[in-house]
Design a protein around this ligand. Structure first.
Ligand code: ATP
Ligand code: MG
Length: 354
């Protein structure tokens, strides 16, 4: 079991809701609380019981937060585990993403998983997607997440095909800050870093999501065989089933950046026109072939060096998130004052939810 799962609960605050949401909300009165989630005139926030002024809290039993407090808007994504929907909180009019993971496992294990998710995903970092609550609902776990109106980097990449280096450096800086937080503050290995788990918004924010999910699933005997995600970004040591640590996330980061830069997943099947025969062929290639690199004729020496500091088959040769923050690639385009907000919204205007 991941030690981070036992981390103390954190006091967190959301940025204030937008004016419209706030004015609607102010017509309501009262405060209600469910677990670590507190809703009152200041919006919604996760709180530690220790930090709550008793005068502002109504006991959980007095006014339970439930899925019924959220209104369905539309489906915004589908993964292997389930569906992600845009929902709106009825009191505050704030938008959230509701992720539902179908799990055909017994009630007690599901309850345990939701509890772990709640603790693992309480987050104080602007570079990771906030998980507000986890519920049981009809044999599924429902997670209320911060809504990222730009979708995932995978969605974005489908449109732009390639991301130029200066933008990639700005994106990478935020991902490294998120990874630094997960690794050094929360002691969590993400284990499933990939373009669809990096979410973006109209403010130019890039945030890591779905950390802890694979930890929880892997640590639950009933769910041990439920991994149906992609092996594409998995480090060689993890594929081989050996011990793996924080640096396996760094491998994944390197592959993600290389794919964003070149527009293609860095490994090609032995017969490219036929694609991968099966997942074992892909896994064998990652373990047996030399690590991929950025073509030096197309990219700066700094970018090529950065990739090679991440994509090393020997995890000891990879740099840590902290060390990568100081790599020259990260600051080489600082003078350009890159505006990710304009870049993201020009390509993909946000839906009219804000
Ligand atoms: P897999 O199931 O293999 O991990 P995935 O990461 O694409 O794949 P999900 O995590 O279920 O699967 O996400 C599906 C899609 O839903 C994402 O690609 C993204 O477009 C969208 N999405 C997920 N979470 C959010 C969120 N918090 N805000 C906005 N969109 C989201
Ligand atoms: Mg995901």
């Amino acid at each position: 079991m991941n030690k981070g799962a036992l981390a103390p609960k954190l006091k967190l605050s959301l940025p204030p809701p937008d004016e419209v949401a706030l004015s609607k909300f102010l017509t309501q009165s009262g405060t209600f609380k469910d677990g670590d989630l507190l809703v009152n005139k200041d919006g919604i926030r996760i709180i530690s019981d220790k930090h709550v002024e008793t005068s502002t809290v109504i006991k959980p039993t007095d006014n339970q937060l439930s899925l019924a407090d959220f209104e369905y808007v539309k489906v915004i994504g589908k993964g292997n585990g389930g569906v992600v929907r845009l929902v709106q909180h009825k009191w505050t009019a704030q938008f959230f993403a509701l992720k539902v993971i179908q799990m055909n496992i017994e009630e007690s294990i599901r309850r345990h998983i939701a509890q772990e998710l709640r603790i693992n995903q309480s987050s104080q970092c602007p570079y990771v997607v906030i998980c507000y609550e986890a519920f049981f609902d009809n044999g599924a776990i429902s997670i209320i997440l911060e809504y990222m109106d730009g979708g995932s980097l995978q969605d974005f990449l489908k449109i732009v095909k390639r991301i130029p280096e200066p933008y990639l450096a700005a994106i990478c800086k935020q991902v490294l800050k998120g990874l630094w937080y997960l690794h050094h503050e929360k002691h969590i290995i993400h284990r499933d870093l990939k373009p669809s788990n990096l979410l973006i918004n109209h403010r130019g924010d890039v945030k890591i999501t779905d950390f802890g999910v694979s930890v929880v699933l892997a640590s639950t005997s009933g769910a041990a065989n439920t991994f149906v995600g992609t092996y594409n970004y998995m480090s060689p040591e993890r594929i081989e089933g050996g011990s793996h640590g924080y640096r396996s996330d760094i491998w994944s980061l390197g592959l993600v950046l290389l794919e964003c830069a070149t527009g293609d997943f860095p490994y090609t099947p032995p017969r490219p026109e036929e694609g991968w025969d099966n997942v074992y062929e892909l896994m064998e290639t990652i373990v047996d072939q030399p690590e991929p690199c950025a073509p030096p004729d197309q990219f700066s020496p700094e970018f090529c060096s950065f990739i090679s500091k991440c994509v090393q088959k020997d995890p000891k040769k990879r740099l840590s998130a902290n060390e990568l923050m100081r790599h020259p690639f990260i600051s080489m385009y600082d003078h350009l004052d890159i505006d990710l907000a304009s870049y993201f919204t020009a390509v993909r205007p946000p839906p009219a939810t804000f």
